[in-house]
Design a protein around this ligand. Structure first.
Ligand code: COA
Length: 317
């Protein structure tokens, strides 16, 4: 496969650390020092599907295509207002596309999981042009009374159009069931027959454990991919890493021994926007004129599950 178009969209409501200080026992100093985040955009009047459609339309335009050219849509999403239908069905209708669609949930690693599925579809000739849309509203999973979680997340969407090509050089996905470090359980409808104990609570996170898993696993994935492709760390133009925490990004960079300019970040402006982080950052690089044909890029992300996913691509545009 190759990526031929990117797009992104963020909600209009930017919440600064100072705004959080007004109702939480926190400070700009603490959040900046521990996470690097200065502000995040959160959904107010928008619908998540509308952000997704904005990002998708940008990606289509960037690819020189219309919705009619797309023959499969993969939407990566953890939570949205609908349990059913899938968000991808809503996005399909709003885009005016007619192809089949599917939602996936690989948490924050969803973009690379979607790339892997797209690659398989392209390889077996079941599709020619695939739209990947990552649309996420983690601000609706956290308790806004919990300073340990709500300061970390933002909402947003990122999209990419992929087509046949030889530019995906290597990819690696992992899942290791480790559900207690990061989870969110929401209430289902009661029935007259339920007599089991149920536990519904906003996002629960063991921050330090997640931090360690994130750094260890991301470094492991990247090293394996570099080894597999015969590339060394400095052959990579950019490491597009999951934007969860600036300290996680810096730790991965230090362990890999690569220069700061190779590891772009926007976590300071958007916080953690889950699986939308990678395509949104890629879109910034693309639109900022930072990418040239032939550049080697590493993507690496991790999330609840625990899932991890990484790949090496060559920029094709
Ligand atoms: N403002 C002020 N204090 C805060 C705070 C906030 N927003 N959030 C937590 N604290 C406090 C804690 O209550 C704790 O206080 P205590 O020592 O009195 O109990 C103290 O700060 C230290 O907490 P700790 O959890 O040890 O901090 P940390 O340095 O590990 O940073 C995280 C916390 C959450 C920022 C960090 O662990 C992290 O980023 N983990 C990964 C999270 C992540 O990426 N999740 C998504 C994965 S996809």
């Amino acid at each position: 496969m190759k990526i031929i178009g990117t797009g992104s969209a963020h909600p209009k409501c930017a919440v600064t650390n100072e705004m959080l200080e007004k109702f939480l026992d926190t400070s700009d100093e603490w959040i900046t020092e521990r996470t690097g985040i200065k502000e995040r955009c959160v959904i107010s009047s928008e619908k998540l599907e509308d952000l997704a459609v904005r990002a998708a339309n940008q990606a289509l335009e960037n690819a020189g295509m219309t919705a009619a050219d797309i023959d499969f849509i993969i939407c990566s999403n953890v939570v949205n207002e609908y349990v059913t239908p899938a968000l991808s069905c809503i996005i399909q209708g709003k885009l005016g596309a007619t192809c089949p669609t599917v939602d996936i949930n690989a948490a924050c690693a969803g973009f690379v999981f979607a790339m892997d599925i797209a690659e398989d579809k392209l390889k077996c000739k079941k599709a020619k042009n695939i739209l990947i849309v990552c649309a996420e509203e983690p601000s609706r999973m956290v308790s806004w009374q919990n300073r340990s979680t709500c300061v970390l997340f933002g909402d947003g969407a990122g999209a990419a159009v992929v087509t046949e090509g030889d530019e995906l050089k290597a990819i690696r996905l992992t899942t290791s069931s480790l559900t207690e470090v990061l989870y969110y359980q929401r209430a289902l409808e009661p029935t007259p027959y339920i007599d089991k104990e149920e536990n519904f609570e906003p996002l629960v996170m063991k921050g330090r454990e997640v931090f360690k898993h994130a750094v260890t696993n991301s470094c492991r994935d990247i090293r394996k991919l570099l080894n597999e492709t015969g590339l060394n760390a400095n052959d990579i133009k950019y490491y597009v890493l999951h934007q969860a925490n600036r300290r996680i990004i810096d730790s991965i960079r230090n362990f890999l021994g690569v220069d700061e300019e190779k590891v772009p970040h926007n976590v300071e402006r958007y916080g953690n926007i889950s699986s939308a982080a990678l395509p949104a950052l890629l879109d910034e690089l693309n639109r900022g004129g930072k990418l040239q044909k032939g550049d080697k890029l590493v993507f690496s992300a991790f999330g609840a599950g625990f899932t991890t996913a990484a790949c090496v691509i060559e920029w094709a545009k």
